[in-house]
Design a protein around this ligand. Structure first.
Ligand code: ADP
Ligand code: ASP
Ligand code: MG
Length: 461
């Protein structure tokens, strides 16, 4: 069985959907289950929709709803799906969106569960549209609602799936369809909590849905189809000459995803590791290409500085919180009391660095920063710096390479570096810089670590 996940650009136009249908058909013998994102940028539009509805701006709400309607209607017409069932789905969905907006307008705030409900309709539309197209023109297919499969907790916008309950649902709902020779098309990103409310897994969460379903059904392989040739040595929007990585390990890919490589949602690799399922990252515009294969091991050779690092990731828009207290000296339980406060306000910390009297932490969610600062202030001095970024270099060979920090920081002589973390994972070095230095730092590091003779088994050269 193969799980095939298609991202927003892969289903972003009529041509793209037709291409995707051909790709799915080519896997017919492998019993495909399809997971799909919302049509490109639709989730962003839904985010705006919620904001304008809560701010009581009906003209803006109507404008966005119109945009969503026109986009899907044009695709529907050009795919030949009018009066094939999708027209009714579209009309009903727009009515539902309107109702949710009316409620947000009345409450005047973004009610969390309504926000997730609203956002989920991008995937509801795309999965219905793709299933309808496949079923009428390509092969037997049916939309299978992710809300009947993925059971999650109630942390809206970052819901955590409950694996065993979800697996039982996946087996009950999806396997019979596959047995009947149908391709189930499931929404990515979306689940339902135990109270029956729609939840979402966080932006970019369809990748995670795909590997979850893969693990739940013991799939042979998960394919993440996107708009790039695979996982690259750096974000191609910063480094034009970024190269495709042919092979990498689960751990390498997980670190990259966690530290911001947008091509994979941070949690994507967890379910794949659980069941040791190979994950491919592939380009839906070049379906014949090899992409990146992610497995438990990967070739691991190299020479000089040129094969130590597999890829460089970054995370922008971070805030560094530094907590200083002389009471910290020799005091046990001090770190625990700090983390407890972040935990209480459900604010995740990415990187931590400690000295004798201070602890610095990076966070990207500053929603509760005010409260956190107040509570930390009861026993320490708190400094906050915004506009920071984490840079993260990843590679299994870093384990066996001495002097990596020296090599890196020699290259970045004139850059302010605030926090360094090495050793939490022996395949990753991360550090914090000013956001404004990011493009130059990434380019400099990339030029150094990827300009020599690269192993052709590992990199596409
Ligand atoms: P999808 O809609 O298919 O899920 P995303 O936009 O979420 O696609 O992710 C793909 C994008 O991730 C690429 O277009 C690229 O700009 C960005 N990206 C960032 N870092 C990397 C990397 N190391 N390798 C590949 N793509 C990356
Ligand atoms: N459509 C969602 C988003 O834009 C989920 C995804 O694309 O994976 O975040
Ligand atoms: Mg994505």
């Amino acid at each position: 069985m193969v799980i095939m996940k298609f991202g927003g650009t892969s289903v972003g136009s009529v041509e793209a959907i037709k291409r995707v249908a051909t790709i799915i058909e080519s896997r017919k013998d492998k019993h495909p289950i399809v997971v799909v994102s919302a049509v490109g940028k639709v989730t962003d539009k839904l985010v705006d929709l919620a904001r304008y509805a809560a701010k009581k701006q009906p003209a803006k709400v109507d404008e966005i709803l119109d945009g969503i309607r026109i986009l899907h209607q044009e695709m529907m017409e050009n795919l030949g799906l009018t009066e094939k069932g999708f027209d009714k789905v579209l009309t009903r969905t727009l009515e539902t969106l309107q109702e949710i907006c009316a409620t947000l307008n009345r409450t005047g705030e973004i009610v969390k569960h309504l926000y997730d409900d609203l956002l989920s309709y991008g995937e509801y539309l795309s999965s219905n549209m793709l299933a309808c197209y496949l079923d009428h023109y390509v092969m037997k297919a049916v939309m299978a609602d992710a809300r009947d499969i993925l059971v999650t907790d109630s942390q809206f916008s970052k819901a955590q799936p409950m694996f065993d309950e979800s697996a039982a649902n996946a087996q009950k709902r999806l396997l019979p369809l596959v047995k009947e020779g149908k391709v189930p098309v499931v929404q990515g990103f979306v689940g339902r909590d135990t109270f029956g409310r729609t939840t979402t897994l966080g932006r970019g969460g369809s990748d995670y849905s795909a590997t979850l379903i893969g693990a739940m059904l013991h799939a042979d392989v998960v394919e993440i189809w996107s708009d790039v040739d695979g996982v690259l040595t750096a974000d191609p929007s910063l480094v034009l000459e970024a190269k495709r990585i042919k092979r990498m390990t689960f751990q390498e890919a997980a670190e990259l995803a966690y530290f911001g490589a947008k091509v994979l949602h941070p949690a994507t690799l967890l379910p794949a590791v659980k069941r040791n399922i190979p994950v491919y990252v592939l380009n839906s515009m070049r379906p014949g290409d090899d992409g990146t294969l992610i497995t438990s091991t990967s070739p691991n050779r190299g020479n000089g500085d040129s094969c130590i690092v597999k890829s460089i990731a970054y995370k922008e828009n971070l805030t560094v919180v530094t907590v200083t207290s002389t009471r910290m000296l020799m005091a046990h339980g001090f770190l625990a009391s700090i983390f407890e406060i972040f935990n209480k306000y459900q604010t995740a910390i990415d990187l931590v660095s400690t000295s004798e009297v201070s602890v610095s932490m990076t966070i990207d969610n500053t929603e509760k920063l005010h409260d956190i600062k107040r509570e930390l202030g009861h026993f320490s001095q708190v400094d906050v710096a915004t506009g920071r970024a984490i840079v993260c270099l990843v590679g299994e060979r870093m384990k066996i390479t001495a002097g990596m920090p020296g090599k890196i920081f020699k290259l970045l002589d004139n850059t302010n570096i605030y926090l360094i973390s090495q050793g939490a994972s022996d395949i990753n070095i991360s550090f914090v810089i000013d956001e404004s230095d990011l493009p130059l730092v990434i380019k400099t590091l990339h030029a150094h670590f990827f300009s020599g003779n690269l192993d052709p088994e590992v990199f596409a050269v």
